[in-house]
Design a protein around this ligand. Structure first.
Ligand SMILES: NC(=O)c1ccc[n+]([C@@H]2O[C@H](COP(=O)([O-])OP(=O)(O)OC[C@H]3O[C@@H](n4cnc5c(N)ncnc54)[C@H](O)[C@@H]3O)[C@@H](O)[C@H]2O)c1
Length: 242
């Protein structure tokens, strides 16, 4: 039985709790803005699943690691601190796994983008861009998944070398991938990769139907990390997890 704590009891925290298999997990703590984990940690969990906010995540991760707790981190918008966090995980000799998107479907989508882009090197008249739509409470833009898709494209498509985030560069440039972010209402999340040529266009699209897919992936990651040490990316372990 894995002792689990949920740090950040918002939409994702609640979804994770609702999907926990009671034969695998025991919930030993729920922490939120009103009862931060730093002041209220009564039972030390084997694994903490962190889904809070881009501004609070880093302090939570540092505190959890300092207590020797293994961590699944789904919160986005903190990746500028990734190197220092890695050194903290090493210092406390704990386990850490993170993803900008824990959904199994999104990870399949990213694999498909990789395959598609490798073929595109031979067809130079096709341009490529990314569009993403999320609910209007989302705090970061572009989404981590859109940035990941762009990273994959840059790695595999020779003619693209950088990103133009939300029109930062006004005039389209052939070596930049345009990413366009739209925030509206309660949209759960849609990512589109648009491949546009002279004769036709091809669109790869992933639409989340609910938060369930993210929560399932986060729980899968909790099972993975609970008896490990070290720093892992969900996408790198994806093939071993499914
Ligand atoms: N990686 C993924 O697969 C994935 C999927 C969905 C959302 N996300 C990300 O996860 C994060 C949370 O998403 P959400 O939809 O649950 O947001 P949410 O706004 O519903 O929940 C965030 C929760 O964090 C709490 N919080 C604030 N300060 C805190 C603190 N110091 N300690 C603990 N909790 C604190 C808030 O009170 C709130 O309940 C966001 O960064 C979002 O972009 C990632």
């Amino acid at each position: 039985m894995i002792k689990l704590a949920i740090v950040g009891y918002g939409k994702m925290g609640k979804e994770i709790e609702s999907l926990m298999d009671p034969n695998k997990f025991e919930l030993v703590g729920r922490y939120d803005i009103k009862n931060p984990v730093q002041n209220n940690l009564d039972v030390i969990p084997d694994v903490a699943i962190e889904f809070s906010t881009p501004t609070t995540v880093y302090n939570n991760l540092e505190f959890l690691a300092s207590k020797g707790i293994n961590i699944v981190c789904g919160t986005t918008g903190w990746y500028d601190k990734i190197r220092i966090l890695k050194s903290i995980i090493e210092k406390y000799d704990t386990g850490f796994i993170y993803a900008g998107n824990f959904s199994i479907g999104v990870n399949l989508f990213l694999s498909m983008i990789n395959n598609a882009v490798c073929i595109l090197n031979k067809f130079s008249d096709y341009d490529i861009a990314i569009e993403e739509i999320h609910h209007n409470q989302k705090l970061d833009r572009p989404s981590a998944t859109a940035l990941k898709a762009a990273e994959i494209i840059i790695k595999s498509l020779d003619r693209k070398t950088g990103i133009n985030k939300n029109g930062a560069v006004e005039t389209a440039s052939p070596e930049l991938i345009d990413i366009s972010s739209l925030r509206v209402g309660k949209a759960v999340g849609k990512h589109k990769v648009i491949i546009d040529g002279v004769s036709d266009s091809i669109i790869l699209e992933h639409t989340a139907k609910s938060r369930r897919g993210f929560a399932e992936g986060a729980l899968l990651a909790a099972e993975f990390i609970y008896d490990k040490k070290g720093f892992y990316k969900f996408e790198d372990e994806f093939k071993n997890l499914i």
